[in-house]
Design a protein around this ligand. Structure first.
Ligand SMILES: Cc1cc2nc3c(=O)[nH]c(=O)nc-3n(C[C@H](O)[C@H](O)[C@H](O)COP(=O)(O)OP(=O)(O)OC[C@H]3O[C@@H](n4cnc5c(N)ncnc54)[C@H](O)[C@@H]3O)c2cc1C
Length: 407
């Protein structure tokens, strides 16, 4: 990834702190809508990080990437999920009885894409749109009545109508604005890696719920699969430190034999798991998006997808204001963004947390209850269709970008 060598502009319509997935997507969307965007991130001067993860992008997220000219670049590395199988499993069971399956309509398909490919596609889309890419951190800011001044680490400044914090979970701007987070860390860690499967996966994704945490295998190109394996902290640290052969055996034990023998295809990485949400998604002339506003457990594969919904809602609120000749950083624009996103985010976070708690409840009675519940949902097509639509980001008041339309 190379950054443009543009001089730091003194003025822009919007300054975005953070050139992660969410910051790049927002920058591309707004610049294509005719606004003048600067994205600042010290990482723009470095080689992109080696990220062994892949993300499941739901239909709304794919539509957004299409609308901002990023999907064609990521598509060659994207594998469609044709079916999702969910089981309530115990480690000692050789077979993993499938309790619930999902296979959405064609326009609700999710895709598994390596994170490096998503980032590269969004970066190229932002660059092609003409976004100024500045390899500097935003250190602080000063919000005035009509403008905000972003102060960069090299002491240069950019004046804009709105500053956007897209710097991930530890957002320095969120802290600077004194916006508090609420939530907690789970007693779980995710081990992530990529494996090669013996038998063709045919686009099937599996999620086994073990008492220690959920285990997911997501289909990737060339019969590979992305592993997201959550375990209680101490057990995760033990597993992570195992030599390759023993690690592979433990992995095979969790995955079962649905796809035959599994072989390791990438280094492993560990990620702490948490649920946190900002008390407010906006402050004066400041909007929080993506992980800067909310962090969720990866069990439902929604973190980035929720962040891209923020992008769609904020970009539409700003583009509508600009079209009417209004102030794109005014409090009514920010209020529209916040109310559009808060309820959906809280619902998604609460649903993910309840699912996790339900499935990690130990004991036979809890399991009986869970399995009865899954059985009921499995038999009601309308309930499954509603869940698929909501997870795809296509229910409720859907912003234009999530429908694949231009702003
Ligand atoms: C194990 C695991 C699996 C996951 N799987 C999925 C999945 O399948 N699907 C899904 O939708 N989500 C998934 N997620 C969540 C997803 O990875 C995150 O939600 C997503 O990366 C957040 O993107 P972001 O752009 O908000 O933040 P980040 O990707 O963290 O980007 C933040 C950027 O800000 C920059 N920055 C930091 N400080 C400053 C500063 N002061 N000034 C300027 N720039 C700064 C950083 O350099 C970085 O480039 C998963 C998460 C985990 C832990």
């Amino acid at each position: 990834m190379k950054h443009s060598t543009l001089k730091t502009p003194k003025k822009a319509d919007v300054v975005i702190a953070g050139a992660g997935f969410v910051g790049l997507a927002l920058g591309a969307a707004l610049q294509r809508a005719g606004l003048d965007v600067a994205i600042c991130d010290p990482a723009l001067s470095k080689k992109p990080p080696d990220d062994p993860r892949a993300s499941a992008l739901v239909a709304g997220a794919k539509n957004l990437m299409e609308a901002i000219g990023a999907w064609d670049l990521a598509a060659p590395e994207a594998e469609a999920i044709t079916r999702m199988e969910i089981s309530d499993a115990r480690l000692e069971e050789v077979t993993r009885p499938v309790m619930l399956t999902f296979a959405g309509a064609e326009d609700e398909t999710s895709y598994v894409v390596p994170n490096t490919a998503i980032r590269a596609a969004l970066f190229e889309a932002a660059k092609a749109a003409g976004v100024s890419l500045i390899p500097q951190a935003v250190a602080s800011y000063e919000a005035g009545r009509a403008r905000v001044v972003a102060k960069l680490a090299d002491d240069s400044q950019i004046s804009a109508a709105l500053l956007v914090a897209a710097e991930g979970a530890n957002s320095p701007l969120r802290k600077f604005a004194k916006v508090r987070m609420q939530g907690w860390r789970y007693d779980q860690i995710a081990i992530v890696t990529t494996v090669k499967l013996e038998h063709p996966h045919e686009g099937v994704a599996i999620q086994h719920f073990f008492e220690g945490g959920p285990f997911a295998l997501l289909p990737m190109k060339d019969n590979h699969a992305s592993v997201i394996w959550s375990e209680r902290k101490i057990e995760a640290q033990r597993l992570y430190a195992l030599p390759d052969a023993e690690f592979r055996t433990a992995l095979q034990e969790r995955a079962g034999w649905r796809f035959g023998e599994i072989s390791l295809a990438a280094p492993r990485a560990m990620r702490p798991l948490e649920l946190r949400v900002a008390k407010s998604f906006v402050s004066e002339r400041l909007a929080l998006v993506g992980d800067a506003a909310h962090v969720t457990h990866p069990l439902a594969g929604q973190g980035l997808n929720i962040g891209l919904r923020d992008v769609a809602a904020l970009a539409e609120s700003m583009a509508d204001a600009a079209r009417l000749g209004g102030d794109i950083g005014a409090s009514d624009v920010l209020t529209r963004y916040e109310s559009w996103r808060r309820f959906d985010t809280m619902t998604m976070l609460a649903a993910t947390d309840s699912l996790l708690k339900l499935f990690t409840l130990p004991g036979a009675p809890a399991r009986l209850l869970r399995d009865a519940g899954l059985g009921v949902v499995e038999r009601i097509p309308a309930a499954k269709a509603a869940i698929t639509k909501a997870a795809a980001g296509l229910s409720g008041d859907v912003p234009r970008l999530l429908r694949g339309e231009a702003l």
